[in-house]
Design a protein around this ligand. Structure first.
Ligand code: HSE
Length: 429
């Protein structure tokens, strides 16, 4: 038997504990696959954290200084499971500079500083792997980088935030209100410590930045992703969409058109017979449209201790394989293209609009005129009487550009006394 490969853990929370469990429970298979034992030798914890029982159970040393791990010549790979930007960024950089390979699940960090860290790893001829950063237990990054390496990807659409998918599921199936659904998601433990990142679409946007790099080789920044969350989404709109044959989902998308890409996160009306409409509760799914394979979808848990840890341990095993083969230092995704963004006038989709208008003659005509002047067509229109004075009107348009949609919003605000309650994109031709 070859000498064990030793790992240093930065953080020993839910995911770190999962790493210890997966390594222990699947020890035999892991060892047979890589030809040597894989063990966690040390874990960095805060002096105030009581992790003695875990340390004893898994036979590891608790340390309070980064140097105790990165200056230990016995440790080959560092796993960062602390989350957030700092000190994780400094710790990962220091570990790479000290010659360690790094595995992380930190989507916030990779979305904002991924290129810098990948370049540092490359310079240091070390590996930086982060499968668990997108859709935790779904092996989507490796699938895009390896299995779809020969394919030409056109679209990646994802339900990549479990918290919001759980909330939307409860709002549709149990007519649960927004606040109760959020509270339940927090209690179940998949919400971020600050659930703003979940409900405002930021967590999903981090993942779309990473997916854009893998699918199209393009590095985009967070401010190049158009982000809208589900905060304030009304149960009435969700129900209206349901009655029109759609399910509202928070969709992260990155789409290629004429060599440029558009990345976005927002609530979308998904046709109820589309595979993404059937993803319920906290589950994640990534739907890929490509010219070789056609349509494929990858489904599974997007968070949780053991699913996330399973992806982390697979990354560790990949690095061990590369050390053994002497092929270290390649990037997780080698595909690189100059970044080109699709202009708003070329980003087209159908739209759902919900409006409150006075229940008087001629109001509808005004809406029809605004739409006609902008060159937009109506596909479906539903009117319901909200109060004695007001009617609530729900419209699904034909496809139009984002620029046209902005013009319509402007005209509604300036030329009518309608209240535009919400707008959402609608998936489909
Ligand atoms: N808060 C995230 C979610 C956790 O709800 O999906 C996984 O990134």
């Amino acid at each position: 038997m070859e000498k064990p490969v030793k790992v240093g853990l930065l953080g020993l929370g839910v995911v770190g504990t999962g790493v210890l469990e997966i390594l222990a429970d699947h020890q035999e298979k892991i060892e047979k696959s890589i030809g040597c034992p894989l063990t966690v030798a040390k874990a960095l914890v805060r002096p105030t954290e009581d992790k003695e029982n875990l340390a004893k159970k898994y036979n590891l040393q608790l340390v309070h200084e980064l140097t105790d791990i990165i200056e230990d010549p016995e440790i080959d790979i560092v796993v960062e499971v602390m989350g957030r930007i700092e000190p994780a960024k400094t710790f990962i950089s220091e570990a790479l500079k000290a010659g360690k390979h790094v595995v992380t699940a930190n989507k916030d960090l990779l979305a904002q500083h991924g290129s810098e860290l990948a370049s540092l790893a490359h310079e240091q001829k070390r590996n930086l792997y982060y499968e668990a950063s997108v859709a935790g237990g779904i092996p989507i990054l490796r699938t895009i980088a390896n299995s779809l390496a020969a394919d030409d990807i056109q679209e990646v659409l994802g339900i990549v935030n479990g918290t919001t998918n759980y909330m939307l599921t409860k709002m549709v199936t149990e007519q649960m209100d927004y606040d109760t659904a959020l509270k339940q998601a927090q209690e179940l433990g998949f919400a971020e410590s600050d659930p703003t990142n979940d409900v405002d679409g930021i967590d999903a946007a981090y993942k779309m930045v990473i997916l854009s790099k893998f699918a199209f080789g393009m590095t985009i920044t967070m401010d190049q992703v158009k982000v809208k969350g589900i905060r304030g989404l009304s149960g009435k709109d969700v129900t209206a969409a349901d009655q029109l044959g759609y399910t509202v989902k928070l969709i992260g998308s990155t789409v290629k058109k004429n060599g440029s890409i558009a990345a976005e996160v927002g609530p979308v009306l998904v046709p109820s017979d589309h595979p993404l409409a059937s993803i319920h509760n906290e589950f994640n799914a990534v739907f890929v449209k490509s010219s070789g394979i056609g349509e494929s979808m990858y489904y599974g848990p997007g968070a949780g201790s053991r699913p996330t840890a399973t992806s982390i341990v697979a990354d560790l095993m990949t690095i061990v394989n590369k050390i053994q083969l002497g092929t270290i230092g390649h990037r997780f995704s080698e595909y690189t293209q100059p970044t080109q963004l699709t202009p708003p006038e070329e980003i087209v989709s159908k739209y759902f609009l919900s409006l409150k208008m006075p229940d008087e003659t001629g109001q509808f005509l005004q809406l029809a005129e605004i739409m006609a002047n902008a060159g937009a067509g109506l596909e479906q229109v539903v009117q319901e009487k909200a109060t004695v004075e007001n009617a609530r009107v729900v419209v699904i348009t034909h496809k139009m550009s984002e620029t046209t949609m902005s013009q319509i919003q402007k005209d509604i605000a300036e030329k009518t006394n309608f209240e535009l309650l919400s707008t959402m994109k609608v998936m489909g031709e």
